[in-house]
Design a binder for this molecule. Structure first.
Ligand SMILES: [Zn+2]
Length: 505
């Protein structure tokens, strides 16, 4: 069986996940579910990034140890993912012992190869960011350097640290970014390669003195340091598939790994991650799928900006995890930021879910029960309808294979629209034996439901069990494959929302 490995970024658990996290995670879940339906052996990884100063501080503020705090937050994240039907295969925590072993092993490996060295660092540091700022990166207020993110003065610091020789990898990175089809959409690869060409690469620090940051993985050969969080975090993608402990498993999954990330961490996941992998003698990932931001009032949703939409708000508004998943995927965008707008999502919900797909299922269910006692036997589809459905299936598969979830979603709803139109034209309610019309309508619903299943798994299940069919592998789809539909229910899948205009948020 072919494997498919998909990852989300690991999240910083200093606060519960919000709609922005859900946006990324649902997308990865949709891809994973689609691949599972297509018969792949899928490994879907998500998890939390638990080390570092920010977590250490957040825990201190609550009077907890970092371990107590991250244990609690791991449960919080898992509970949200359950509520959104995220079917991950593994939830990684960077405090897991196998992960810590893998990070130390990788650090030592790179050190032995000469790609990590010790040297002095002096510069301007933001304690909140845990990072040094070089000229051009910080802002000046009254002649003094300030952190552009935190608007607080930077501190001058000097220390010995360990560096990763990132600068050695410039040619390699340019070659990979320009000549290999890894970063998707392609425009992001060009963005990184031109930044590389213009700005070049500087070596980067990979360790922190333990007296400042105690919450981390110790440098294996120097207990005065812990490994810097970015290095620790990136390695989750390989530690989760048994890097250094089970070569066969590692190779099996790594050969088809797909990372899903937001564009804010593009640089880290290209320049830094690809170089780090090269230093470890590991191939770059198969695909790096990058999406743009979910914004609110023009800014990326973030707790510090104070413009987040919570997962509770979404579940409360749209009632089911499926509808939340649907509306978020419907506005998913890789290249352009998507402005979050309840009014727009409401209208997507009403017109596509309630009025189109939901309405079709309800109408056909009612008619099948009333006219044929729920038993609808196989009839040939009109060639014209069949052609149309085959075309839709092909474009759906093409969309999913290129991770274009929006186009896949629109195609699924188009199919339901064909169904409603067909009903209006063929008027099965006027016929004494509408077997042909209802069989055709059920076939249309089955196709639409199969297409929607990765996005709305529960709804797909409800429709399938009410109408008496099973969701199939879309890549081996069989038209007229059901000998008899056994319709037992005509569910109302989506209650329509009131269309009163809501105030802007
Ligand atoms: Zn800062």
């Amino acid at each position: 069986m072919k494997t498919f490995y998909v990852t989300t970024p690991i999240y910083y658990p200093n606060a519960p996940p919000h709609a922005g996290h859900a946006y990324t995670t649902i997308f990865a879940d949709v891809i994973a579910r689609y691949k599972r339906l297509c018969g792949f052996k899928v490994f879907f990884l998500t998890g939390n990034d638990e080390h570092g100063l920010k977590i250490q501080r957040a825990a201190e503020k609550l009077g907890k140890t970092p371990k107590e705090f991250t244990d609690e937050m791991a449960e919080v994240f898992k509970s949200y993912w359950r509520r959104l039907d995220i079917e991950y295969d593994h939830f990684i925590r960077t405090t897991d012992s196998y992960h810590e072993r893998a990070v130390q092993r990788a650090f030592e490996y790179i050190y032995r190869k000469g790609f990590i060295y010790k040297a002095k660092y002096a510069g301007l540091y933001c304690v909140e960011c845990e990072k040094y700022y070089s000229p051009g990166e910080y802002v000046e207020i009254e002649g003094k350097p300030y952190c552009p993110l935190h608007n607080r003065p930077l501190e001058y610091m000097e220390e010995d640290t360990y560096y990763f020789r990132l600068s050695d990898f410039k040619d390699y990175l340019l070659d990979v970014l320009k000549n290999r089809d890894i970063v998707y959409p392609r425009s992001y690869a060009l963005e990184v390669s031109s930044k590389l060409e213009v700005e070049g690469l500087r070596d980067i620090s990979v360790a922190r003195p333990i007296e400042r940051v105690s919450w981390g993985i110790p440098v294996p050969f120097d207990n005065k340091y812990v490994i810097y969080v970015w290095f620790d975090a990136l390695l989750n993608y390989i530690s989760a598939i048994s890097y250094g402990e089970d070569d066969e498993r590692f190779k099996e999954y790594w050969s088809n790994v797909h990372h899903v990330i937001g564009k804010d961490i593009l640089w880290f996941h290209t320049a830094v991650w690809f170089a780090l992998l090269k230093a470890l003698d590991i191939d770059p990932p198969r695909k790096l799928i990058v999406h743009a931001f979910l914004t609110q009032r023009g800014a990326k949703m973030s707790k510090s900006v104070g413009n987040i939409v919570t997962i509770e708000e979404l579940l409360e508004r749209y009632k089911t995890p499926d509808a939340v998943r649907y509306v978020l995927m419907r506005i998913f965008n890789m290249e352009k930021d998507s402005e979050f707008d309840f009014n727009m999502l409401d209208s997507i919900y009403n017109s596509e879910l309630a009025d189109t797909y939901g309405n079709l299922v309800r109408r056909v269910g009612v008619l099948a029960i009333k006219k044929l006692s729920g038993k609808v036997y196989r009839r040939s589809l009109d060639p014209k309808i069949r052609d149309e459905l085959e075309g839709k299936l092909a474009s759906y598969i093409d969309a999913m294979e290129s991770f274009d979830v929006v186009r896949a979603t629109i195609t699924a709803i188009d199919v339901a629209r064909i169904g409603n139109q067909y009903l209006n034209e063929s008027k099965p309610w006027e016929k004494s034996d509408p077997s042909k019309e209802l069989y055709t309508s059920l076939e249309i619903i089955r196709l639409s439901t199969t297409m929607l299943a990765p996005i709305m798994p529960r709804i797909a299940k409800t429709t399938a069990s009410s109408l008496g069919f099973e969701v199939e592998n879309p890549s081996k789809y069989d038209f007229e494959g059901v000998e008899r539909y056994n319709v037992t229910d005509a569910p109302i899948l989506f209650a329509k929302l009131s269309t009163k205009p809501r105030g802007g948020r």
